[in-house]
Design a protein around this ligand. Structure first.
Ligand SMILES: Nc1nc2c(ncn2[C@@H]2O[C@H](COP(=O)(O)OP(=O)(O)OP(=O)(O)O)[C@@H](O)[C@H]2O)c(=O)[nH]1
Ligand SMILES: [Mg+2]
Length: 671
């Protein structure tokens, strides 16, 4: 029997039960004899000391098991918003997903964020409504919330009974039942003209087989989402979910003889410090001792391979299309790197970048070098930590999603690197957006341009969330070597990391409007004496000047991150909570009261979330529950925050030229 492989992600809001469900699936599949518990720190996937101590998942982890002829590689992801970057990396390697929703808490802020990303990427997704054994579980309410807040394209795969008790159960439906068939047709005809036509022709004539077939096809396309109910704790409903996973989700492609192509979604270090890269293969086969290409031009020999197969990873000679394996020997590899020929483009970021940053201070003042080295290793595993060095102040800062991540970084530095560090108070990371259009040109041989290059750039504002788009005006194509265009683009992107106020510039289209170079052939006509022709350095040197001038003409506005909050509190505490919200610049927008409990939703600057979290317990007798998720950037009102700029600051033109021409002896040769 030919086995199929399915790379499956489990995603959810924090605490919905992903790790517990993973444990239950491993048990049901016969991989483990006893179900471990998150609360006792005995699960397979929460294996880090920190995870066991805190009872939350921090890093994604892979386990595998078989359901019939399907080998499932399951990636258990963290749900805490501080670790969303882990989820993002996993999303790039999935064939399918299970989105877990608590039957008590229902759809939570992170649930919506994750579902939107899954839908954008068209990852076929099943929904598992978990914790139906808990008091307060309400299947109808959750179904309604899913269809109102996540997607109307859902099909309940059966019904739960004995809700809120340990004796809870789940019974799958029978497609031959006329009531079930009618519901299925209604849900599926929406996305299938042929099914709709068949239904119009003959209402009774659609066979249960055809409906099941259509359900599978639409689920695999990501057009419809089957919903299961159960309890990871008691095991109720887990068999049905497993059948759904095996039957409704698509298998990975198995082109083992094709060109080598894979993607690294996790990096770990062995106890001895050796890098271990987790790779999902899309096509081809990598064998031990093969030299493989990765990232932006690295190439190394693979020294050992392990492959996930019905349990933990086991040593193998090779890893092939569809499989997940760990590779050793690729010293410079980074998380997110492609291996071989990039088959699938890495997706643009699905989630908002970190909105906080903090200065990391080694308690031992001599420990700066060791700290930098340790943080560099951590960024290999998590590039969004984005270590920044402030030369003027001799400080090292890292970006953060939140305070929990800060504690985790501190604990990791202590445990894995023996470094005792402190952190300054976190500050918000703002962005700059251009407010208008601005353009600038510097031409070859036209003083004061000291570089052997002509560059013209235009800056135009782009829609929120669109990032940086670099274009080359049509008629310039082929006007100079491609490497020079690339140097301009790379440098432009780099320069935009610090705008007029020191923040990263985003939501902008940069268009190259002028280009020109001096080739070797034209040397005979040159007026200057030295035998020079344009080099990449000229483009890298000139781009920041042109770009910053264009940016100054466009002008920028500093925008701060705003979170959407949802706050549950006892109704009688509203009187003291509202003034606190106002002090923190939070704006409540909706207010719903139910059974003496009140839910406020609204906006709050990311900078104030931590304070609100700290103030809440005394204001609400410890009963307030706050959930926040990044919503958008919004122009700052009041004093404009600036960020110290690094040395290569093209805003001060003379200083910049002094620095750059000193570094680049070839430039500055004009005149
Ligand atoms: N009653 C009940 N409790 C559950 C169920 N599933 C999980 N829990 C409990 O919910 C808590 C969180 O479970 P986890 O499995 O760690 O949730 P998670 O989604 O992996 O959490 P993060 O990885 O930190 O986002 C633990 O205390 C579990 O024991 C369930 O089906 N019923
Ligand atoms: Mg977990």
């Amino acid at each position: 029997m030919l086995r199929r492989t399915l790379n499956l992600g489990i995603l959810a809001h924090v605490d919905a039960g992903k790790t517990t469900l993973t444990e239950r699936l491993l048990f049901a599949a016969g991989v483990i004899d006893e179900v471990g518990s998150v609360d006792d720190g005995t699960t397979q996937t929460d294996s880090l000391t920190l995870e066991r101590q805190r009872g939350i998942t921090i890093k994604s982890a892979v386990v595998s098991f078989a359901i019939g002829d399907v080998s499932v590689n399951l990636i258990d992801t963290p749900g805490h918003p501080d670790f969303i970057a882990e989820v993002e990396r996993a999303l790039n390697v999935l064939d399918g997903a299970v989105l877990v929703i608590s039957a008590v808490e229902g759809v939570q802020p992170q649930t919506s964020i994750l579902m939107r990303a899954l839908q954008r990427l068209r990852v076929p997704t099943l929904i598992f409504v978990n914790k139906i054994d808990r008091r307060g579980a309400d299947d109808e309410r959750v179904l309604r919330a899913i269809s109102e807040r996540l997607t109307p394209a859902i099909v309940a795969m059966g019904s739960a009974h004995g809700l809120g008790t340990r004796a809870v159960g789940f019974a799958g439906w029978d497609a031959a039942d006329p009531g079930v068939a009618a519901g299925l047709i209604e849900a599926l005809a929406e996305h299938s003209d042929s099914l709709l036509a068949a239904y119009v022709r003959d209402e009774q004539g659609i066979s249960p087989g055809r409906l099941c077939h259509e359900l599978t096809a639409q689920t695999r396309r990501g057009s419809v989402h089957p919903v299961f109910f159960g309890s990871a704790l008691t095991g109720a409903g887990v068999d049905s979910l497993m059948r759904g996973i095996a039957e409704l989700l698509p298998a990975a492609g198995r082109d083992a003889d094709g060109p080598v192509s894979g993607r690294v979604f996790k990096i770990e270090r062995s106890a001895a410090g050796e890098k271990i890269a987790y790779v999902r293969m899309f096509s081809g086969t990598v064998r031990t001792r093969d030299r493989v290409r990765f990232g932006r031009g690295g190439e190394r020999k693979v020294t050992s391979i392990s492959v996930f197969a019905d349990g933990p990873a086991v040593r193998r000679e090779s890893v092939s299309a569809g499989e997940i394996g760990t590779l050793r020997g690729l010293a410079e590899i980074q998380v997110g790197d492609a291996i071989g020929t990039p088959r699938r483009q890495p997706q643009p970021h699905q989630f908002a970048p970190p909105t906080l940053e903090t200065v990391v201070v080694p308690r031992d003042p001599g420990g700066k070098g060791a700290l930098r080295a340790a943080l560099a290793q951590l960024t290999e595993q998590d590039p969004l930590i984005n270590v920044r060095q402030d030369d003027a102040r001799q400080e090292i800062s890292v970006s953060l999603y939140g305070e929990v991540q800060k504690e985790v970084i501190g604990a990791t530095l202590a445990a894995d690197y023996g470094l005792d560090v402190g952190f300054r108070e976190s500050t918000t990371i703002c962005v700059e957006r251009p407010v208008g259009t601005g353009a600038a040109v510097e031409r070859l041989h036209q003083p004061p341009n000291p570089f052997l290059a002509t560059i013209g750039l235009r800056i135009v504002p782009a829609p929120a969330g669109s990032g940086v788009d670099f274009r080359i005006e049509g008629e310039l194509a082929g006007s100079m070597p491609i490497a020079f265009f690339r140097a301009v683009e790379d440098t432009a992107r780099e320069t935009l990391r610090q705008g007029l106020y020191g923040w990263e510039v985003t939501d902008v289209v940069v268009t190259m409007t002028h280009s020109g170079y001096l080739g070797k052939h034209s040397l005979g006509h040159a007026r200057f004496s030295k035998s020079l022709s344009s080099t990449g350095e000229d483009y890298r040197g000139l781009t920041p000047l042109v770009l910053v001038t264009a940016l100054q003409r466009a002008g920028t506005v500093v925008c701060e991150p705003i979170h959407h909050f949802r706050l549950d509190l006892p109704a009688d505490t509203l009187g003291v909570v509202l003034p606190a919200l106002t002090r923190l610049r939070a704006i409540p927008r909706t207010q719903v009261t139910r059974d003496g409990s009140l839910t406020l939703e609204g906006d709050i600057p990311a900078a104030r979330v931590h304070e609100l979290r700290q103030q809440l317990p005394p204001l609400t007798r410890g009963e307030g529950v706050l959930e926040c998720a990044f919503d958008r950037y919004q122009p700052v009102t009041g004093p404009i925050p600036t960020r110290p700029r690094s040395d290569d600051n093209p805003l001060d033109r003379d200083e910049y030229l002094r620095r750059v021409t000193r570094r680049t002896p070839g430039s500055g040769g004009y005149g």
